[in-house]
Design a protein around this ligand. Structure first.
Ligand SMILES: *Cc1c(COP(=O)(O)O)cnc(C)c1O
Length: 495
């Protein structure tokens, strides 16, 4: 059955999957959503026997219905190959009373690789299918991980250019170094003197700038987005929920059909939304546990029904979750409004003008699939240490936020289900915070000595991604004010 995509902010205007991937954002500023969520019709026992790539085809082909089998398999095989340091692609590790779904075995050792390894291929295929002659310009705001993962995915991909904006001082030293050392003539990395939300708002304004679009079209360029609002990011993320479930079945941890809970460290709400889509496809998921750090807008939203970004922006040790406007939440709002674009637009307009909105009681009643909680900085650090002391397994700060919330959830809601904690970054990406949590004595070390130490502590080899940047030269050093983002884009594309 063909699945079409439409905007969350107006009726009509349905497009094919490949068109939605190409456009990124709908013309009215809304996000593309599938008009129906397809059903997972392959028996779970059968999925349990499949490789990651096979599960990926199984799931993605249901959403991306205008890609041919050959096209989609080609994208999958190019994405999930030896760029990953394990054949399993997304291994499931048991530690203490939890399962950790490790999504950090790709090129940049964080979960964004899961989608950004395949997005360039989905995009180039989409351009070919839709007779697009322009070069595709990827415009991205990053809180740290998306930027590098997108750069790694798009570097030197023919017919594309990529421009990444990051908050100067708002990402970890390793994240910054990974970005500013990025090779590839088609890459451009720019720091802004502001926070992630300002970077993201700036990028959204550029996307909605009709004048700029015309100007660029004349030069043979068009924008697309690698941010998690692109449906081409969301769909590949549904895959690993199905894969994790099928591994639990394959390993005899559950019987096919048993319910499991997933705990997801959340920022922009893309990862957990993919879990929600997996549940809506029919995967036996009970609760979707939304874990936040001190920027707990989502916890407040799930508890009260009020979304309110008017608060201090807190820099934490889990920077990829330091977000006050979770863009992908719009897709959930649209759904619980009864697929009502008008109602959704009203709420998003309120968010735009007042920084807050309140959902109706009927909408709130549909949030039963979710449980929200948060972890403080101290709780996060304590969890890293406790798990390490107990099992020797070392997790990063983002994963530790989720593990902390997992414990709170188990205490609050004793449903007896097996629980999978989604592990979104390698501890090597945040080695200082991780080692500080284990023992303050490490704090005197510099960042690269940290990886050597972590290698001993965790008994895991330093990932190639870290080795690669140790001696790499800085190739991008531009820092600008948020107001000058447009000028920076025009300058780069006029070169
Ligand atoms: C991006 C990111 C998150 C948050 O994921 P969202 O899809 O934005 O909710 C969590 N952890 C890490 C390490 C990330 O890079």
């Amino acid at each position: 059955m063909e699945v079409l995509y439409k905007s969350t902010r107006s009726e009509g205007g349905e497009v094919t999957a490949s068109q939605a991937v190409l456009k990124g954002l709908a013309d009215d500023g809304g996000l593309f959503v599938p008009t129906t969520i397809p059903t997972l019709d392959t028996p779970l026992e059968e999925l349990a026997k499949m490789s990651y790539q096979e599960v990926a085809y199984n799931v993605m082909s249901k959403f991306l219905t205008d890609y041919t089998e050959e096209e989609l398999k080609d994208c999958i095989n190019k994405a999930y190959d030896s760029k990953f340091d394990t054949q399993e692609i997304a291994p499931l590790v048991k530690a203490d009373d939890k399962y950790f779904l490790e999504l950090f075995h790709g090129a940049t050792i964080a979960f964004k690789d899961m989608a950004l390894s395949i997005l360039p291929h989905l995009l180039i295929t989409a351009a070919r299918k839709n007779n697009v002659k322009n070069d595709i310009v990827i415009l991205t705001a990053t809180s740290g991980d998306t930027g590098k993962a997108a750069l790694a995915g798009f570097a030197d991909v023919k017919g594309t250019k990529i421009i990444v904006f990051y908050p100067k001082g708002g990402v970890s030293p390793v994240q910054e170094r990974q970005m500013v050392t990025q090779k590839g003539d088609n890459t451009h990395v720019i720091g802004i003197t502001g926070n992630f939300d300002q970077a993201q708002t700036g990028v959204k304004m550029l996307f909605n700038d009709k004048e700029l679009a015309k100007e660029l079209d004349a030069k043979g360029y068009q924008f697309s987005s690698a941010n998690s609002i692109n449906i081409g990011r969301l769909v590949p993320q549904v895959v690993y929920y199905v894969y994790a479930y099928s591994k639990l079945v394959a390993n005899g941890e559950i019987n096919a059909g048993d319910k499991v809970d997933f705990v997801v460290p959340t920022g922009n709400f893309g990862n957990i939304l993919a879990a929600y889509y997996a549940k809506n496809m029919g995967l036996p998921i009970d609760k979707l546990v939304c874990a936040s750090n001190d920027n707990k807008v989502l916890f407040d939203f799930f508890t009260t029904g009020d979304y309110d970004k008017n608060r201090d922006f807190i820099l934490t040790t889990s920077p990829s979750m330091d977000i006050l406007v979770s863009s992908n939440l719009e897709r959930l709002i649209y759904k619980i409004a009864g697929n009502d674009a008008i109602k959704n637009k009203e709420l998003m307009d309120e968010l735009n003008s007042n920084g807050k909105y309140t959902i109706t009681d009927e909408m709130k009643a549909q949030l039963n699939d979710f449980y929200g909680n948060y972890a403080t900085e101290k709780e996060t650090a304590d969890t890293i240490k406790e798990l390490y002391d107990k099992t020797g397994y070392v997790i990063d700060t983002h994963t530790a936020v989720a593990a902390t919330v997992c414990d709170k959830f188990k205490k609050d809601v004793n449903d007896g289900n097996k629980t999978v904690v989604v592990s979104t970054a390698s501890p090597f990406k945040f080695s200082r915070s991780v080692l500080d949590a284990i023992d303050p004595k490490y704090d005197a070390l510099d960042d690269f000595a940290m990886s050597d130490e972590l290698e001993k502590v965790a008994n895991v080899k330093t990932p190639k991604a870290i080795e690669d940047i140790k001696n790499a030269p800085v190739l991008h050093d531009l820092v600008i004010n948020p107001e000058d983002m447009k000028k920076a884009v025009v300058d780069f594309l006029s070169k």
